[in-house]
Design a protein around this ligand. Sequence first.
Ligand code: SF4
Length: 224
Amino acid sequence: MSEHLYPVNDLYTCVQGEGVQTGVAMVLLRLHGCAVGCPWCDTKETWEFAPENQVDTLAAALGANPRYVYLSATAIADYIQANHPGPQWVLVTGGEPAQYGLRPLVTAIHNIGLKAAIETSGTEVGHVDAGFDWVCVSPKLNMPGGKAIQPAALAVADEIKHVVGRQQDIDELDELLTPALKPDVHICLQPVSVSAKATALCLEVVQQRGWRLSVQMHKYIGVK
Ligand code: SF4
């Protein structure tokens, strides 16, 4: 059977700038493709699979651009091992990475001795039963792509990181918080686009509820 191939848009070493794992060094693996359509998305270049943007080598895909290359899980892991020593984690993100079956990728990451984390919108279930060591669901509700949040995607979350601009966003999050979630799930509120008004609202609610503030550290210290 041929190996499963993943469309890789970018791959680099960074420091996690958001959520519970803020400050942890990670290899960021960005998979191409997303149909959710968030208006504030800062990786819109990953949305479309234009044939002219498919390239043959990872070197040609790297960087913030719409190019992508199909690689096997083993090839991705081998590249990380050879070129990105240091971090103990690989963060699989996108795009929407959970639209792909991710168990082969997680297995390959584990085989090189690293831990695997994912960041997903909760609209797909490719991370469920894939063996991730950390699952962060950032639920994208009522977005133009019309994709619904999947309860199975949320049920395995170690962290729910919710982007907040107004009170309605808190109310919508409350509707998602059911007993089916992991009992020790971390709830993080993240002000949209580093807005002062949204930050004030998030500060108020995390103190009321005993939740956590996520402030997109990378935007304050000027790194990607
Ligand atoms: S789910 Fe993520 S990649 Fe997709 S549009 Fe929203 S922010 Fe962008």
